[in-house]
Design a binder for this molecule. Sequence first.
Ligand SMILES: [Zn+2]
Ligand SMILES: [Zn+2]
Ligand SMILES: [Zn+2]
Length: 143
Amino acid sequence: MHIDPVNILKDHDLKHTKQRVRVLEEIALDTVAISQPELEKKLGKEIDRVTLYRILNTYEDKGILHRIMDMNGTANYAICSSSCTEHHHHDEHVHFNCSNCQKIYCLDVKIPSIKMPPGFTASSINTTAYGICEKCSAGMKAD
Ligand SMILES: [Zn+2]
Ligand SMILES: [Zn+2]
Ligand SMILES: [Zn+2]
């Protein structure tokens, strides 16, 4: 998937600032999600923590990024599919958290629709699978 940060900002009516572009660039580099501490480490020299936090919140709000909590309770971020809009995320796919490399993958696997009891309205459903990812399994076999 090719990601053009400047276009994404334009599509979501966000003013493009150097810092906003940098955050998106960094997240778009890899197909796996990136954790907030990792982002802080990579962008720490250019963007302070508070600004980074604010940018991530804006992106989540606007339907640009979705947040996935890993097994340690750390927030990870991945680029949304184009069907996400402001306040309406449609990232109903399964996430995979590898217990070996700790990476979080957005899998192209749809979460089956789950029927809620009367009176309960779910705004989002998170499904995270834990185990060993493709890359780690391959590495283990090679040894
Ligand atoms: Zn989304
Ligand atoms: Zn792995
Ligand atoms: Zn995802």
